[in-house]
Design a protein. Structure first.
Length: 413
């Protein structure tokens, strides 16, 4: 880790605590997902697994429009703490259900987890620029990505060790505990971060949540490059990343290599660490170009599915997939934090998350139906075509390749 990262960590103890909280929470999340995939696919409940993944996204979709308003109205740390505690309770419910063999409860649990986490995601994104100065934003977001991706690297490995020594139920309990620990760490930050606007004497009542949500939408519509990337996210996450999430474990299951899925997730996390480290090295004027170009690194993973490559090759290709999405995420979130006023940032981040998840459930639940009609290689070819089209199309929009407002034309004298 270079001096810029270490320097920021040394001078910003509150950011350190936030990163530790993220690490603890993500390790528990990844371990739970590995258990869920192993239990459901191992019991030949492929449809239940796909529906569970889709249900988590649907929970987020339902809550995100309101989550952004809540994040901009209230103390962001308290919103995150509340989200953690609710998720802890939900995971404890999952422990009871899975232990009793009630696998059909998995989609309900996933739905509730998605709804609770919808408040956490925009809150942490809006909190970072309040903990780090403007010049440190990309580095802070890279550290945030490093923390989450390193957790994704450690989580599956720990899950594998625990599964050898014990049972998956221990991991479910560990996930619940991780949310409680994360909440306790967030309490230690001890800051209030309210972005409520100055009171308007002419305004008798506080604006409705609907009106505030629409204000966020109006801001996005006024920034054509932001709107273009959000639209890109609707289609790329919906019809490429979403289906790929479930297609990979299904591919391994068909080839009797489900035990490699944890290694695939770890490889993606390792690649994401590299992508996050590259992010701060990209100049601001080329941020959009680098982010979009990086998405082509997802092609090798899809190619393994097309040509039915071995599981070991899929693990290697997953390194590139992780790097692609991490690089894009660091540059994109940093651009939003620079370009969006703090008082509306929570709503814009919620809209971004909503765009990324709008069609994802549809893409996920279509995978089993598509596989019933055709094969994994053909589905992977369709995903590859969708990736290329959705990556190239937004590049023609002014401001996208730089991830900021286009410069006005020079004035002729």
């Amino acid at each position: 880790m270079n001096s810029a990262y270490l320097s920021l960590l040394r001078k910003n103890p509150k950011l350190r605590v936030l990163l530790i909280a993220l690490i603890v929470s993500v390790i528990g999340d990844v371990a739970y997902f590995v258990v869920l995939a192993g239990v459901l696919l191992g019991a030949h409940h492929t449809a239940v697994f796909s529906i569970s993944v889709a249900a988590e996204v649907l929970g987020g979709i339902a809550m995100l429009p309101f989550a952004g308003v809540i994040v901009d109205r209230y103390d962001r740390l308290r919103v995150m703490i509340g989200s953690d505690l609710v998720q802890a309770i939900v995971v404890l419910g999952a422990y009871v259900a899975l232990r009793a063999g009630v696998f059909d409860a998995a989609p309900v649990v996933s739905l509730l987890l998605g709804a609770a986490s919808a408040f956490f995601t925009p809150a942490v994104g809006a909190l970072v620029p309040q903990l780090a100065q403007a010049d440190d934003l990309v580095t802070a977001n890279a550290l945030r990505s490093l923390a989450t991706k390193a957790s994704g690297l450690i989580g599956p490995a720990l899950a594998g060790v625990v599964l050898v020594l014990s049972t998956g139920m221990v991991l479910v309990l560990a996930d619940a505990i991780s949310f409680i620990v994360s909440a306790a760490l967030l309490v230690c930050i001890g800051l209030r971060h309210s972005w409520r606007p100055e009171p308007n004497p002419a305004q008798v009542q506080e604006p409705s949540m609907v009106r505030e949500a629409l204000a966020g939408l109006a801001f996005v519509r006024s920034k054509v490059w932001i709107a273009a990337i959000m639209v890109q996210g609707v289609f790329q996450v919906g019809f490429v990343l979403g289906p790929e999430i479930v297609l990979v474990p299904i591919f391994l299951s068909h080839h009797h290599e489900t035990h490699l899925y944890g290694f695939v997730l770890s490889a993606q996390a390792a690649g994401a660490i590299a992508g996050a480290l590259i992010g701060p090295k990209v100049t601001q004027d080329r941020a959009g170009l680098a982010a979009l170009a990086g998405l082509f690194l997802v092609i090798p993973e899809l190619a393994v599915l097309v040509f039915t490559g071995p599981g070991a090759l899929l693990i290697a290709a997953s390194l590139l997939t992780g790097a692609a999405y991490a690089l894009f995420g660091v540059l994109w979130i940093s651009a939003l934090q620079r370009s969006v006023p703090g008082g509306i940032l929570g709503r814009v981040l919620s809209l971004d998350a909503l765009a990324n998840s709008a069609l994802q459930p549809l893409g996920i639940v279509l995978v089993p139906a598509a596989l019933a009609a055709t094969s994994i290689p053909i589905v992977a070819v369709v995903l590859m075509i969708g990736l290329v089209i959705s990556t190239v199309a937004p590049a023609v929009v002014p401001g996208v390749l730089a991830f900021h407002d286009p410069l006005p034309p020079p004035v002729r004298t």
